[in-house]
Design a protein around this ligand. Structure first.
Ligand code: TIU
Length: 221
């Protein structure tokens, strides 16, 4: 059954049974004061705007029994999966692996690496631990989507131009339709958020479609 979703550059039809919602990196390290995001000099409060819209969208998706997948960016405690080129940037006291107020920055198992309580995954929802910005790189996301028969993705999370964009580009090249609800994404740089969304929907939807949580929820209802 095809559900039409209002979007730009044009409406897009999805089959909810073959559509997954992917929530990218809604981690304490990115959203809460004292984490990795703030250590990079960012105003983390800008990301908070996406939390309520994502929560509402997840409510509708779970009601429809759609596949919901969460991702977390982070590394092994011994940093064996962290490229030197990624680690050796910026002030050594705030680098990946350094001690922060929520544990070691972007290290799996530390409090700051985990998903914010407001959007915590439900039992049975896959959580993808990814070492890169894109959710497909060095993870089993592609196998999960293939085995579940997924054709379309609704991609939410942070930040719009970094991990959301990289994931949408990776997914687009693998043949998935990507719908990005604008209010379910956020960036430390509002102008990058805006441009990131414009880049997705330009040229006839070169990477995908841009919609919002209310349009998707009303289509699913
Ligand atoms: N710094 C920044 O904008 N983003 C990241 O490092 N990771 C994600 O976007 N998740």
């Amino acid at each position: 059954m095809v559900t039409m979703i209002e979007a730009e550059p044009e409406a897009i039809g999805i089959n909810p049974e073959r559509t997954a919602v992917i929530v990218i990196d809604m981690q304490r390290d990115f959203l809460e004061p004292g984490g990795f995001g703030e250590s990079l000099g960012n105003d983390v409060s800008l990301l908070g705007a996406a939390v309520a819209p994502i929560k509402a969208l997840l409510g509708g998706a779970r009601e429809k029994r759609m596949l919901v997948i969460h991702t977390r960016e982070g590394h092994r405690p011994d940093l064996t999966d962290a490229p030197k080129a990624k680690v050796e940037r910026g002030d050594p006291s705030t680098r990946i692996g350094a001690s922060g107020p929520m544990g070691r920055i972007l290290i799996r198992g530390e409090a700051g690496h985990d998903i914010i309580p407001d959007l915590y995954p439900l039992a049975g929802e896959p959580v993808i631990d990814k070492p890169g910005k894109g959710a497909f790189y060095a993870t089993d996301l592609y196998s999960i989507l293939l085995h579940k028969g997924i054709e379309s993705l609704i991609v939410c999370g942070v930040t719009t131009e970094v991990c959301v964009h990289t994931t949408v580009r990776e997914a687009n090249d693998r043949g998935f339709r990507c719908i990005v609800p604008a209010d379910c994404c956020a960036s430390y740089f509002p102008e990058f958020h805006e441009m990131g969304l414009r880049m997705i929907k330009a040229q006839g939807g070169i990477f995908g479609w841009v919609s919002d949580s209310k349009k998707i929820l009303s289509a699913l209802a």
